[in-house]
Write a protein that binds this ligand. Structure first.
Ligand SMILES: *Cc1c(COP(=O)(O)O)cnc(C)c1O
Ligand code: SF4
Length: 357
């Protein structure tokens, strides 16, 4: 007899849930929340893949997967600091779809749709199912810009989620970039291996690489529960193809802002050949205040990881400075200076004077 009972018996979704009525039907929201969820869905895109829906315990309002994807009336609570363009994409947009903020790399918003819509998304005002693709003409302009900028060494393919594009379209893009001598790296940022792992087919994996170009892939995951057997298998297909994998996590209050969860998450990445890269402080996107921690809380979490957990499991904690000034590490700082003397703090909190020479 199977002794592992599901908390609540409910129909298993076979396709992506996009409408509040479907969330109700599949038991993810109770009838008395339908109106509130409909109001949120009229404002911000909703999509929960079958794989993610299956992980959610609807009886638990704090469910770490449910809170990432099920619309919440708290999304109508905005603060004066929140803006539609929290990381300043617009001022660095050089041609439609291309953000060139740093000298050696440019970010391409290849598609505007995603497999899931995260309730805390930093681009929530620009992503959604209605605008799905960059037009062929816009993409031609992007490629022309990149060809004319010899300092662009890396192209970051983002969105939306670029891995929802067809393998054919991705293959064409990668081959077009491979034709440009100064572009050495293409880096895809995606949530697909975790939230829609069956999309990571051999055909898709093959489309990501081309001779003359090195492909990296940044995987977005926020909770160890996202590492289902199917997600692990999708990551293995990418790693087995020789594609180096790095991680991206958004620090989310009540979801992953405690030492046990963040340790479990970083270890899950490393166990699946994904090197922890960035832990993002929550951006000032509209209606996402209920997900944001303070920077001091994020620093305390990073202190908890340092020394106690393998160095392989350490991400860099970064803030994307509002206004388009870029990402910077925001600590914690282990070095302080006073009267020309350096004090270094060890992972247990002990302080040591450092006097070289
Ligand atoms: C995040 C981001 C990058 C990539 O930054 P890295 O620090 O290299 O990961 C590049 N361009 C833009 C516009 C970005 O937002
Ligand atoms: S996958 Fe990325 S771009 Fe898409 S909704 Fe989530 S955070 Fe936003």
């Amino acid at each position: 007899m199977n002794t592992i009972a599901k908390p609540v018996a409910r129909p298993v979704a076979e396709k992506t849930l996009r409408h509040p009525a479907e969330l109700l039907e599949s038991g993810l929201i109770p009838p008395d929340r339908l109106a509130a969820v409909e109001a949120v869905a009229a404002r911000y895109a909703v999509a929960i893949t079958a794989e993610m829906a299956e992980l959610i315990d609807p009886a638990d309002p704090a469910d770490p997967i449910g809170r990432q994807f099920v619309p919440d009336p708290a999304e109508f609570e905005t603060t004066p600091d929140e803006t539609d363009d929290p990381i300043g994409d617009e001022i660095h947009q050089v041609t439609e779809g291309l953000i060139h903020r740093y000298p050696d790399r440019a970010l391409l918003k290849f598609v505007h749709a995603c497999a899931v819509y995260c309730r805390f998304c930093f681009r929530r005002e620009t992503v959604g199912p209605q605008a799905s693709h960059l037009s062929p003409k816009a993409l031609e302009n992007v490629l022309a810009y990149i060809r004319n900028q010899p300092e662009i060494w890396e192209v970051i393919v983002s969105g939306g989620d670029p891995l929802i594009a067809s393998p054919r379209r991705i293959r064409t893009l990668v081959h077009d970039l491979a034709q440009i001598d100064h572009v050495r790296i293409v880096r895809f940022h995606t949530r697909v291996p975790m939230v829609a792992p069956d999309r990571v087919t051999d055909g898709l994996v093959d489309a990501l690489t081309a001779p003359g170009l090195t492909t990296w892939l940044a995987v977005h995951a926020n909770h160890p529960g996202e590492f289902t057997p199917a997600a692990r298998a999708a990551l293995a297909r990418l790693a087995d193809a020789g594609i180096p994998l790095v991680s991206q996590t958004v620090l989310l209050a009540g979801i992953n802002d405690d030492p046990e969860t963040i340790t479990g998450l970083m270890r899950a990445f490393v166990e699946n050949r994904v090197k922890p890269y960035y832990l993002h402080h929550g951006d000032l996107a509209p209606g996402t205040g209920h997900f944001r921690t303070t920077i001091a809380e994020g620093q305390a979490l990073m202190r908890a990881l340092r020394g106690r957990v393998s160095g392989l499991c350490q991400p860099t904690y970064v803030l994307d400075i509002p206004g388009g000034y870029g990402k910077v590490p925001v600590g914690p700082d282990h070095v302080s200076e006073s009267n020309g003397c350096l004090t270094i703090e060890d992972y247990c909190g002990g302080r040591h004077t450092y006097r070289p020479g």
